[in-house]
Ligand binder design. Structure first.
Ligand code: B1M
Length: 215
C-alpha cells in the first residue's frame, strides 16, 4: 500500500509495528496536523463505522484507539507551536460516564500549541470535579467533551447545575463530541444556559471559539 493508505490501515487494524517509521516518512511530505486530519482521523472514522455495523468487536476498537493515541503522541513534538502563550486558560474534561478522550486530547494539543494553557482533568468527570478544578486553576473557560448520546444529556444537566450554582456567567462553555449537533447546543442548550455556550465541531473550531471568547 502507498504510505498514507498504509498509515490509515494501521489505525483500522490496530497495527503498531513500524508505525513510527511510517510517521517519519509521512512528515517528509506533510505536516503532522495534516497527517492527523487527513489520514489518522479517516482511519478512526472507518473504525467507528465498522463497530457501529457490528463488524468490529470492542477489543479491536480499543487497539485502534491505542495506535491512534501513539501516533498523535509521536507527532505532537513535531507540531509548530506559536509563541504567543498566555492567551487564556481553559479546563478540559470528558463528562461523567464517558471514557472517550481522543478528541478531547486533540483539542488539548491544538489549544496548547496555539497559546492557551490547558488544564486537562481527564475522563468520566462529574460536574463537581469540573467546577472545583475550574475554581482551583482560575480558568477562563470550561470545555466538555463526550461522545455517547447519553453524554449530551449529562452536558445539559451540567449546564443546569452551573445555572443553579450561579457560575454560568463566570465560565464560557465549549462543547464538543460526535453525538452533539450544532442546533442542540446553540438552540436547546443555549436557551437553557444562563451564560455563553458554544459548539465546536472539531478542534480547530474549538480554537477559533476560544480566540473569540478571549477577545
Ligand atoms: Co466507543 N462509541 N464506546 N469506544 N467509540 C462510539 C462513540 C460510537 C459512536 C461507536 C458506534 O457505535 N458506531 C458508540 C456511541 C453510540 C451512542 O452513544 N449512541 C460507542 C460506544 C457504544 C461505546 C461503548 C458503550 C461500547 C461498549 O462498551 N459496549 C463504550 C463506552 C464506554 C464509556 O464511555 N462508558 C465505548 C468504548 C470505546 C473504546 C474505549 C473502545 C474507544 C475509546 C478509546 C479512547 O477514547 N481512549 C472507543 C472508540 C475509539 C470509539 C469510536 C470508534 C471513535 C471515537 C474517536 O476517538 N474518534 C466512536 C465512533 C465515532 O465517534 N463515530 C465510538 C476520533 C476523535 C478524534 O473524534 O472524539 O469525535 P471525536 O472528536 C472530534 C470532534 O468530535 C471534536 O473534535 C475532534 C476532532 O477534531 N471534539 C471536540 C470532541 N471533543 C471536543 C471538545 C471540544 C471541541 C471539539 O471542546 C471542549
Amino acid at each position: 500500500l502507498p504510505l498514507f493508505d498504509r498509515l490509515e490501515r494501521r489505525i483500522v487494524d490496530g497495527d503498531r509495528n513500524g508505525l513510527e517509521a511510517d510517521l517519519d516518512a509521512g512528515m517528509e511530505e506533510k505536516d503532522p496536523l495534516e497527517i492527523i486530519n487527513e489520514t489518522l482521523l479517516a482511519g478512526m472514522k472507518t473504525v467507528g463505522e465498522l463497530f457501529g455495523a457490528g463488524k468490529m468487536q470492542l477489543p479491536f476498537v480499543l487497539a485502534s484507539a491505542e495506535v491512534m493515541k501513539a501516533a498523535v503522541a509521536y507527532l505532537e513534538p513535531h507540531m509548530e507551536a506559536t509563541d504567543n502563550s498566555g492567551k487564556g486558560k481553559i479546563l478540559l474534561a470528558t463528562v461523567k460516564g464517558d471514557v472517550h478522550d481522543i478528541g478531547k486530547n486533540l483539542v488539548d494539543i491544538i489549544l496548547s500549541n496555539n497559546g492557551y494553557d490547558v488544564v486537562n482533568i481527564g475522563i468520566k468527570q462529574p460536574i463537581n470535579a469540573i467546577l472545583e478544578a475550574a475554581e482551583e486553576n482560575k480558568v477562563d473557560a470550561i470545555g466538555m467533551s463526550g461522545l455517547l448520546v447519553k453524554s449530551t444529556v449529562v452536558m445539559k444537566d451540567n449546564l443546569q447545575e452551573m445555572n443553579e450554582r450561579g457560575v454560568a456567567d463566570k465560565y464560557p462553555v465549549l462543547l464538543g463530541g460526535a453525538a452533539l449537533t450544532r442546533s442542540y447546543v446553540e438552540n436547546d442548550l443555549g436557551e437553557l444556559f444562563q451564560g455563553d455556550v458554544r459548539y465546536a465541531k472539531d478542534a480547530f473550531e474549538g480554537l477559533r471559539l476560544m480566540d473569540s471568547v478571549m477577545t
